[in-house]
Design a protein around this ligand. Structure first.
Ligand SMILES: Cc1ncc(COP(=O)(O)O)c(C=O)c1O
Length: 403
């Protein structure tokens, strides 16, 4: 089956955060302007239709007409094991899998259950903002191991700083984002082994958020941390169908914990979580029959990223961007204009009426950047970029003269 990802599906009036959530979006301070003309490319949620087998499975669940309390059948666990064995050559045991209605929820539970108030938790900014909230919101202390960015915009880990932070007496946890949102890095086996060894030596638990792990750019490989670590006793891995298959609204994260004692503590803190029948049928459908769609999706995203890169090179050469190794977000560097972050924000959000995410929300190293989520029909991305380009024409012309 060939999917048509260029088709624009109207998402207004469907309770969509992106398309109907203006009040909330303004309330949390993402933008001042939100109206019917806004192009929202801010949250990691695709404007693309899901795999047909998923739609068929959900129809079947609806047609049953009763939506009572549900349980996880063996098929649910088999499907998870099958997917990770096939796609990532990673063998997971059934008893290691713990359901969570969300990844951010799982991160909060892990912090609360496995560390104490005042303990230190390492994160690697610029990084997905709820990592900071999961730490600080629970009375723990963030230890920043900022990602290093070279002159080509390529990010790497500052291992010397990481080790120093891991050795600090009350550092108890590290929340890893791999693939890394927003820089797009996929950490190599060597980097992962090094992170794992440092944490094991210093009794630091790693919570690996790998939910972008199926969104891999061409010629790249993703390796789950727990697959290659010498010892997985200190590792918790968050996996999810939400990013891969665009089903964030179905609330389905699966946390993999091989250490029995740690799993019991985590499970107890999570409490009994029964699934929705839609969640169960969705997971079984996508993990068994969603691969063909995912291949086409990744190809579409690769092509859109190539388009974005060449559009910028041609129309906004001052804005620097690299194709990420993983994820469907692009991290745009606007610093070359010499404008304040406020001015860049005003031109994009208020004048062009495009909703992205300001880089400073991602913490250290984010200032002057904008994150754009590009899994939308390409004509929409094209319109958004054209609107932005128009608002930077004057400064682009000045830069051209200077050059
Ligand atoms: C790295 C990362 N973790 C977690 C989430 C959110 O996951 P969930 O909706 O399952 O809480 C996102 C969403 O963008 C994300 O990028």
């Amino acid at each position: 089956m060939k999917y048509n990802f260029d088709e624009m599906v109207d998402r207004r009036n469907t309770y969509s955060l992106k398309w109907d959530g203006g009040d909330l979006i303004k309330q949390v301070g993402l933008t001042e302007r939100y109206d019917n003309e806004t192009i929202p490319l801010f949250t990691a949620d695709m404007d693309l239709p899901v795999p047909q087998p998923l739609i068929d499975a959900l129809h079947k669940t609806v047609e049953h007409r009763i939506f009572g309390y549900s349980v996880f059948p063996d098929e649910y666990y088999d499907s998870i094991q099958h997917w990770f064995r096939k796609r990532h050559d990673w063998t997971i045991k059934k008893e290691e899998i713990v359901y969570s209605p969300g990844t951010v929820h799982a991160l909060n539970i892990a912090v609360k259950a496995l560390t104490n108030p005042g303990d230190g938790v390492i994160i690697q900014p610029p990084v997905y903002p709820p990592f900071t909230t999961a730490v600080e919101g629970n009375g723990r202390v963030v230890r920043h191991n900022a990602m290093k960015c070279d002159s080509e915009g390529y990010y790497s880990i500052d291992f010397e700083d990481f080790e120093a932070k891991a050795k600090e007496e009350n550092t108890k946890m590290f929340i890893l984002c791999n693939p890394h949102n927003p820089t797009g890095r996929i950490f190599t086996v060597e980097e992962l082994k090094k992170l794992s060894d440092i944490c094991a030596e210093n009794d630091v638990i790693i919570v690996a958020d790998e939910i972008h792990g199926d969104l891999i750019r061409k010629n790249q490989t993703f390796t789950p941390l727990a697959k290659i670590a010498d010892n997985t006793d200190h590792i918790i891995t968050c996996t999810a169908i939400n990013k891969t298959f665009n089903v964030a609204g179905l609330h389905c994260t699966n946390v993999i914990i091989s250490n029995t004692e740690m799993r019991n503590t985590f499970t107890e803190a999570m409490g009994m979580q029964l699934p929705s029948p839609f969640t169960v049928s969705a997971l079984i459908a996508v993990y068994n029959e969603g691969e063909e769609w995912l291949e086409q999706l990744n190809q579409y995203i690769d092509d859109t990223m190539d388009y974005v890169k060449s559009f910028l090179a041609e129309n906004l050469p001052t804005v620097k961007v690299n194709i990420p190794e993983g994820t469907y977000v692009m991290w745009l560097d606007f610093r070359g204009y010499g404008l304040s972050s406020k001015e860049v924000h005003d031109r994009i959000y208020n004048k062009a009426n495009v909703l992205l995410e300001d880089g400073d929300m991602f913490g250290d190293g984010g200032e002057g950047f904008q994150r754009i989520c590009i899994p939308s029909p390409r004509p929409l991305i094209k319109e958004a970029l054209e609107r932005i380009a128009l608002e930077f024409q004057d400064v682009e012309a000045i830069n051209l003269i200077k050059a």
